[in-house]
Design a protein around this ligand. Structure first.
Ligand code: ATP
Length: 223
């Protein structure tokens, strides 16, 4: 595998979902490392519209989308997909993957998850179907411990791989666990920094900071 090159027409499609309230360099660095390491055709950034499992985002959907578009604009291979924002009601990953599977016949799909999300994966709606539709790429910090949970442990034993070529060889069903550079940045922490009047410079791309400053979208306290 020639890491660092990607073919937008045929390589696997990475899927990086999140609230992105706002997008920050922790997200972007992880997406970039995986794009290169796994020789993905593209990394799709899919902001959630209605994050049913948590409180409403502070910034509007339009602003979160504008920040995301500004953040990825200069990076070839980064693509923003706003389908979940256009969908009414709660969004489920499995619905998005079913749509992508139809639109991208033959292309492997690689769903990016943090280790925290992976530990809760068997609680996701139709999680078995997700594994039939996509690979999982679990990005974690160095020194992670194997999940104690029997189901997750079994999944890893049966489907785990450390070879990126396996993500090209099949369309779905493998679990690739990989340490990425961890930047201790969170959207929650960023919102606190901004609300308290401090500057988010060097934690978000400059173009995202410009939107935050211009709109004052995080100037008020959390609900
Ligand atoms: P919040 O603090 O509001 O919960 P967040 O920073 O965790 O937000 P999300 O939009 O909820 O951002 O995260 C989307 C995805 O990005 C999740 O899979 C999460 O695990 C991952 N992620 C969040 N922060 C980082 C980071 N610093 N480095 C790498 N991945 C991250």
């Amino acid at each position: 595998m020639n890491a660092g090159t990607f073919d937008a027409r045929s390589g696997p499609v990475g899927i990086f979902g999140g609230t992105f309230d706002p997008i920050h360099l922790g997200h972007l660095r992880t997406g970039f490392e995986l794009l290169q390491l796994l020789a993905l055709g593209e990394m799709r950034w899919i902001p959630v519209g209605d994050p049913g499992h948590r409180g409403p985002p502070l910034a509007s959907a339009e602003l979160r989308l504008a920040m995301l578009r500004a953040a990825v604009a200069d990076q070839p291979g980064f693509v923003v997909d706003d389908r979940e924002m256009r969908r009414r009601g709660a969004s489920f990953t499995v619905d998005t993957l079913e749509e992508l599977r139809t639109e991208l016949p033959g292309r492997p799909l690689c769903l990016v998850l943090g280790m925290d999300a992976f530990l809760g994966f068997t609680g996701w709606r139709r999680w078995q179907d997700i594994l039939a539709l996509a690979h999982l790429v679990v990005a974690h910090r160095p020194g992670w411990e194997r999940p104690q949970d029997a189901v997750l442990g079994g999944l890893l034993a049966a489907r785990g791989t450390t070879d990126a070529a396996d993500l090209h060889a099949a369309q779905a069903g493998r679990i690739y666990v990989h340490a990425v550079t961890q930047l201790e940045i969170s959207s929650t922490g960023l919102r606190e920094i901004i609300t308290s009047g401090r500057d988010p410079r060097f934690l978000v791309p400059e173009a995202v900071r410009d939107i935050i400053v211009e709109t004052g979208c995080y100037a008020r306290r959390e609900r």
